[in-house]
Design a protein around this ligand. Structure first.
Ligand code: KG4
Ligand code: ZN
Length: 359
């Protein structure tokens, strides 16, 4: 089944074509047009500006994804014999409402024109399904050629700019949120910390780059920040206190501008410590042998490598699956993949029934 995926929930206009067969999904094309440079000068995403950019980019991006996948639509008589799109998967929410609407309405218009069915995808589930992209995913344990397929029950740490959740997955379409952030998402905390330190937007990569400049072990850092809710019995998170602690720390420290790398390293380590501790605790309690990472913050190299190490040393037989970097941040291949697995279980809908769900 060949699916066109569309993603416009925030500031990336993305389209991808995937081919799903059984439990395997192969990416045929994956195009992302980022608006980062446009929003950088505002220090964050401006919803109205984002929506306007999506309107301008969506058709060129879809066209490029179709061309790269060598797809033609059935309306193109000249190419009627070549493969065509069977269905369209699109992110319906959560996200910025006017941004989402551009993707959803485009999907509807294309479905109407091509007379194909559609499937609405939840953005967070899209991130989770980045782990189910066959072969293109990093289906392997670090330093090993072994291919690891997800086994249920699986535990997913899904961390982005808009959400932070621990999700228990008992099968395709069977999710249970076992913990989530009570305030800021992990990516949002990185973005706010970077803004305080004046190192740019988006904050996650900026903090990670600064932290990487420091050659001191994190345990030897003089700067100390809290690990919120680390020892709580539940699996919830809270990052707004950490952000405030950073603010107070730099307000007290007259020389903070000379120690930006140190503050970044400690901030990053505080986030990583909390995320990993809770993930390991939950995996033990729920007896999950597959652990997956997803969302923009899953691009964080320290999180990837430290989680891998923690799983190896603290759990027996559990395996970690991490999507490739390009499938961690917003993209449409993950949306098409989630759409494929939803469609083969629950079926498609029609363009008339597809709706945007901003929350
Ligand atoms: O998944 P995503 O592209 O969009 C949302 O659904 O929110 O995630 C974007 C978030 C941003 O907050 C960004 O700062 C964070 O992911 N991020 C990172 C890294 N790369 C992106 N956070 C930490 N380390 C990174 N390397
Ligand atoms: Zn996202």
């Amino acid at each position: 089944m060949i699916i066109l995926g569309i993603e416009t929930s925030c500031d990336e206009t993305a389209a991808a074509v995937v081919n799903g067969l059984g439990n395997n999904v192969k990416v045929l094309s994956n195009v992302v047009s980022s608006q980062i440079e446009i929003h950088q000068k505002y220090g964050g995403v401006v919803p109205e500006v984002a929506a306007r950019e999506h309107v301008l980019s969506i058709l060129p991006v879809v066209n490029e994804a179709l061309a790269k996948a060598k797809m033609r639509t059935h309306v193109d008589k000249k190419f009627a014999h070549v493969r065509r799109i069977d269905a369209i998967a699109v992110t319906v929410g959560p996200g910025l409402v006017t941004s989402l609407m551009v993707g959803v309405e485009t999907a509807k218009a294309l479905a109407f024109g091509w007379q194909v069915p559609v499937v609405g995808v939840n953005h967070i589930k899209g991130h989770i399904y980045a782990n189910f992209i066959s072969a293109n995913s990093k289906y392997k344990i670090q330093n090993s050629k072994q291919i690891q397929k997800p086994k249920f029950p699986a535990l997913i740490l899904t961390v982005s700019g808009g959400h932070t959740m621990l999700v228990l997955m008992n099968g395709h379409g069977k999710y249970k949120v076992i913990g989530e952030t009570l305030d800021d998402a992990a990516g949002e905390a990185f973005d706010k910390a970077a803004a305080m330190l004046g190192i740019g937007y988006p904050g996650g990569p900026a903090v990670a780059d600064e932290a990487a400049k420091l050659k001191v072990q994190s345990s030897k850092l003089k700067v100390k920040l809290p690990r919120p809710m680390l020892n709580d019995k539940n699996f919830n998170f809270s990052f707004s206190g950490l952000k405030t602690a950073l603010l107070y720390a730099i307000q007290r420290d007259k020389k903070w501008k000379e120690k930006i790398s140190e503050y970044c390293a400690e901030f990053q380590q505080a986030v990583v410590d909390v995320l990993i501790t809770k993930t390991i605790k939950a995996a033990k309690m729920l007896n999950c042998q597959t652990i997956m990472l997803s969302g923009g913050v899953a691009s964080n190299k320290e999180l990837r490598s430290q989680l891998n190490l923690a799983i190896k040393t603290k759990l027996t037989n559990a395996k970690l699956i991490i999507p490739k970097f390009k499938y961690c941040v917003d993209n449409a291949a993950m949306v098409a993949t989630a759409g494929y697995f939803k469609a083969i279980k629950k079926g498609f809908t029609t363009w008339q029934k597809l709706k945007t769900h901003a929350n």
